[in-house]
Ligand binder design. Structure first.
Ligand code: NI
Length: 134
């Protein structure tokens, strides 16, 4: 059985490879390499896969998942500049792919091992990435 909690957060980022010229950064990353950063309204779906607990009828108490997402993801990334404010991205480019991996690793450490975890991160209405640890 799979259950999901959805959250949204707003963050700024810049995709930039310091080993490349400004021209090459612009060519590869387009507007995402804008030196003054830009924002996204990220949508995060956290999917938990596990057995239904016979005592509660839940896979996981979604209130507990809500609290984990608030404490570990919203508090960390909402209204932040990912490049400048978040040590997770000091060396790592804050692409949707890498943000999803960082989020997955944070959440994995907070969830019981009996659960499988998958995160889906929408960077725009039309662009989404999914990561399940592989
Ligand atoms: Ni962007």
């Amino acid at each position: 059985m799979k259950v999901c909690r959805r959250i949204t957060f707003n963050s700024a980022h810049r995709l930039f490879n310091s080993h490349w010229s400004d021209e090459k950064n612009l060519e590869v990353f387009g507007k995402c390499s804008n030196p003054n950063f830009h924002g996204h309204n990220y949508v995060l779906e956290t999917w938990i896969d596990g057995p239904i607990d016979q005592e509660t009828g839940y896979v996981i108490d979604l209130k507990k998942l809500k609290d984990i997402l608030n404490d570990e993801i919203s508090e960390r990334f909402d209204h932040r500049n990912l490049n400048l404010d978040c040590p997770e991205f000091a060396e790592l480019k804050p692409s949707a792919e890498n943000i999803a991996v960082v989020i997955w690793n944070i959440l994995r450490s907070k969830l019981e091992t009996k659960f499988s975890l998958s995160v889906k991160l929408w960077e725009t209405e039309n662009n989404v990435v999914e990561y399940n640890g592989i």
